[in-house]
Design a protein around this ligand. Structure first.
Ligand code: IMP
Ligand code: MG
Length: 189
């Protein structure tokens, strides 16, 4: 399996930069099985609505729900917080709202990564004003230094403060289709 990748000319200003594997595909799959087992156990006899946060969570979301052995419904929400390709703008915009009725339902919001915490905070505030019966959060990744005033209920991996790509996560919309999670050498960012 490839542990490093050098970006070719199709990556424009990022060409020549190197990606280093941080979490292998196999390790991700193993952890997702554990997370899915925990969620299935906690929601046994219920039918939660899983809300995927677009775009980054789509691969994690698809793998997670397929490892769960309870009934679940799915929906999506799309938000944006990035001012440029690697830094948050400080404000979150809602680009696409959920389309299902969450009144009286158990909700699990599924994120790819929690970094500054701004996005998840926005989602929490938005959903706590709804009539949902419960709201929990799952994130594949959380950065080590992230400070939140609430807990993420299901976390895959705590990672160092590096910009990561692959397995759904992007740099300028690219690299989402890489199977493993990679970090970029920071100099070029
Ligand atoms: P936050 O609002 O700063 O917590 O960032 C949340 C969103 O920014 C995530 O849902 C990702 O879409 C994106 N993001 C944060 N860190 C990274 C990263 O290292 N790589 C790719 N996307 C990231
Ligand atoms: Mg995201």
């Amino acid at each position: 399996m490839t542990k490093t990748k050098v970006l070719d000319d199709t990556y424009g200003k990022y060409s020549g930069m190197t990606l280093h594997e941080m979490i292998s595909y196999d390790k991700i799959q193993k952890r997702i099985k554990e997370m899915a087992a925990d969620i299935s156990e906690d929601y046994r006899g219920k039918s939660p609505i899983m809300i995927g946060v677009l775009n980054g969570s789509f691969i994690f979301f698809a793998d997670l729900i397929r490892e769960m052995d309870i009934t679940a419904e799915v929906d999506f929400i799309k938000i944006s917080s990035y001012a440029n390709e690697t830094r948050t703008s400080g404000t979150v915009r809602l680009l696409k709202d959920i389309s299902c009725d969450i009144t009286g339902r158990d909700i699990i919001v599924v994120e790819d990564i929690v970094d500054s915490g701004l996005s998840i905070d926005f989602l929490k505030r938005r959903l706590q004003d709804s009539q949902a019966s419960s709201v929990k959060f799952a994130s594949l990744l959380i950065k080590e230094y992230t400070k939140l005033d609430f807990d993420i209920d299901y976390v895959g991996f705590k990672i160092p403060d590096k910009f990561v790509v692959g397995y759904g996560l992007d740099l300028a919309q690219k690299m989402r289709n890489l199977k493993s999670i990679y970090y970029l050498n920071q100099e070029g960012l």
